[in-house]
Ligand binder design. Structure first.
Ligand SMILES: NC(=O)c1ccc[n+]([C@@H]2O[C@H](COP(=O)([O-])OP(=O)(O)OC[C@H]3O[C@@H](n4cnc5c(N)ncnc54)[C@H](O)[C@@H]3O)[C@@H](O)[C@H]2O)c1
Length: 146
């Protein structure tokens, strides 16, 4: 399966590398261009046991790639894993703005139906927020489909 991972932190990198190791074709993106540049040059910005070796092996096997072009990542994947950060707000709730940005991006770029997997932490009763955002922005958007 072609899988996109949005957010290359602890969750995204481990998820993407694990899915590539399982045989899927994985493309990962992040809005931090330095992080993507490091990953493209083989530098893994986080520590997880064996992650660097596994990541390098799957890049060599061309099952795992990195891009700063988030639109490309959205268009490539049949399934899209949202793994962006949701840091706590002063109220104690999670800041869901990064998920909202990704949901709008998916609505703008996706030309076909996608399976969206939300791995970021959200507060109870907010787990549908990304789905509603994608749906409402899809209705309003003119996706660049040919
Ligand atoms: N790390 C853990 O052990 C853990 C455990 C359970 C749940 N979570 C949850 O998983 C989510 C991710 O956690 P993490 O530890 O991987 O965070 P992280 O901060 O390590 O990584 C998040 C990544 O998302 C990127 N990002 C932010 N906004 C983006 C956008 N709009 N487009 C593309 N990339 C974007 C950031 O640049 C960063 O590299 C959070 O919601 C967290 O609460 C993490």
């Amino acid at each position: 399966m072609r899988i996109s991972v949005i957010g290359c932190g602890y969750v995204g990198l481990v998820t993407g590398t694990g899915l590539a190791e399982a045989g899927h074709q994985v493309i990962c993106t992040d809005n931090d261009p330095e992080r993507i540049a490091a990953l493209k040059s083989g530098v893994v910005p986080i520590y997880e046991p064996h992650l660097d070796t596994m990541l390098a092996e799957n890049r060599r096997a061309q099952r795992l790639s990195f891009t700063s072009d988030a639109g490309e990542a959205v268009r490539e994947g049949e399934a899209i894993f949202i793994c962006v950060g949701t840091p706590p707000l002063e109220t104690g709730e999670a800041d869901l703005s990064a998920i909202d940005n990704v949901a709008r991006l998916i609505a703008a770029e996706a030309c076909e139906s996608k399976l969206i997997v939300e791995k970021s932490t959200v507060q109870p009763r907010k787990s549908n927020c990304g789905r509603f955002t994608v749906r409402s922005w899809s209705d309003a958007s003119t996706a660049p489909c040919t």
